[in-house]
Design a protein around this ligand. Structure first.
Ligand code: NAP
Ligand code: GLV
Length: 331
């Protein structure tokens, strides 16, 4: 009797939605890190020694050191669209394809960016805290007066999938949308989306709400810094659903404290998780939530399955459906 081919070994670095796990179990022998919180680095270092597939999350730094300890590794699949936690060049040098989950989280993340925008404009977090603290005595014409969303100018930095999805949401609010993008936007796209492309500086200066949608790269690290805050309107709000390190958080603290800008709403922080002692958390005009922009049941399920499909393709040597370094499989 011919014994069946052993299944490839896979490490999943956190509990993921069940359908994603079941999809992986169909083709691999799976170990899931079941501990509380992200897999500790020393555990990851040991466990990668014997695996062929790594299914990771944005909390796992996959760098030269980890890859150097994973001689059998054939694919890295992250359950995220952002892949700044992975040294893609190091993977490419080792001919390891890297998969991510673009598209399936675009609309959910854009919904959330817009929710943060509305919350910052109308001071919803502050007002809810006020009620919970038992401080609501009477209707007051001066209580939590914020800024209108309708008719305002939205500045978008990074006009990719999520940036465009956020722009689409402004139609019913009659907003003007100005964008800064890495390259010229086609006339046809400008017509369809009804946005104006401008220099970064002009977007920053004209925006009532500035929403960030760039990936974290060496070029975008601390893109939003003290100089930028001083260019912004004193009534403006910063919305960050991109990555914490796109913003200089010390400069943000100073800008919010001194009212150089009016408010900020952050889904992402630097570092993550933000320390409970972080001065940003002392500011009433700063809303911080724990990196949940893509967290709807349907979207997290789609992300889990998409990452499982990427992993499977990488293990069998097929072109990964969503690959950030497709050149690996062409050579
Ligand atoms: P995307 O489609 O690749 O869009 C990002 C766009 O930003 C790209 O078109 C890119 O252009 C452009 N860009 C890069 N550098 C720029 C710069 N300096 N100035 C202006 N534009 C620049 O990615 P996406 O799917 O929209 O996701 C964007 C990011 O959002 C992800 O990388 C991730 O970090 C973050 N995200 C966060 C959450 C969350 O839960 N908070 C959820 C999803 C995504 P080029 O292609 O020319 O480089
Ligand atoms: C979330 O932050 C993602 O990049 O998917």
């Amino acid at each position: 009797m011919v014994s069946p081919m052993p299944k490839p070994r896979v490490l999943v670095t956190r509990r993921i939605p069940e359908v994603g796990l079941q999809a992986i179990q169909a083709y691999a022998e799976v170990e899931v890190w079941e501990g509380e919180g992200p897999i500790p680095r020393d555990v990851l270092r040991k466990k990668v020694a014997s695996i062929e597939g790594l299914y990771c999350l944005l909390t796992d730094v996959v760098d030269e050191e980890i890859l150097g300890r994973a001689p059998k590794l054939r694919v890295v699949s992250t359950m995220a669209v952002g892949y700044d936690h992975i040294d893609v060049d190091a993977c490419t040098r080792r001919k390891i394809p890297v998969g991510n989950t673009p598209g399936v989280l675009t609309e959910t993340t854009a919904d959330f960016a817009f929710a943060l925008l509305m919350a910052a404009a109308r001071r919803i977090g502050e007002a809810a805290d006020f009620v919970k603290a038992g401080r609501w005595n009477a209707w007051d014409p001066t209580l939590f007066v914020g800024h209108d969303v309708h008719g305002a100018t939205l500045g978008i930095i990074g006009f990719g999938r999520i940036g465009q999805a956020v722009a689409r949401r402004t139609t019913g609010f009659g907003m003007r949308v100005v964008v800064s993008h890495s390259r010229p936007i086609l006339d046809e796209t400008l017509r369809q989306t009804q946005v104006e492309q401008m220099s970064f500086d002009r977007v920053v200066e004209e925006a009532d709400f500035l929403s960030l949608h760039v990936p974290l790269t060496p070029q975008t690290e601390y893109l939003i810094n003290q100089e930028v805050f001083h260019r912004m309107k004193p009534t403006a709000a910063l919305i960050n659903t991109a990555r914490g390190r796109v913003v200089d958080s010390k400069a943000l603290y100073a800008a919010l404290r001194d009212r150089t800008i009016a408010s900020a709403a952050l889904d992402v922080t630097d570092p993550e998780p933000i320390s409970p002692e972080d001065p940003l958390l002392t500011l009433p005009n700063c809303l911080v939530v724990p990196h949940i922009a893509s967290a709807s049941v349907a979207t997290r399920t789609r992300m889990a399955v998409m990452a499982a499909e990427n992993l499977r393709a990488g293990l069998v040597g097929e072109q990964i459906p969503h690959c950030v370094n497709p050149e690996v499989l062409r050579t």
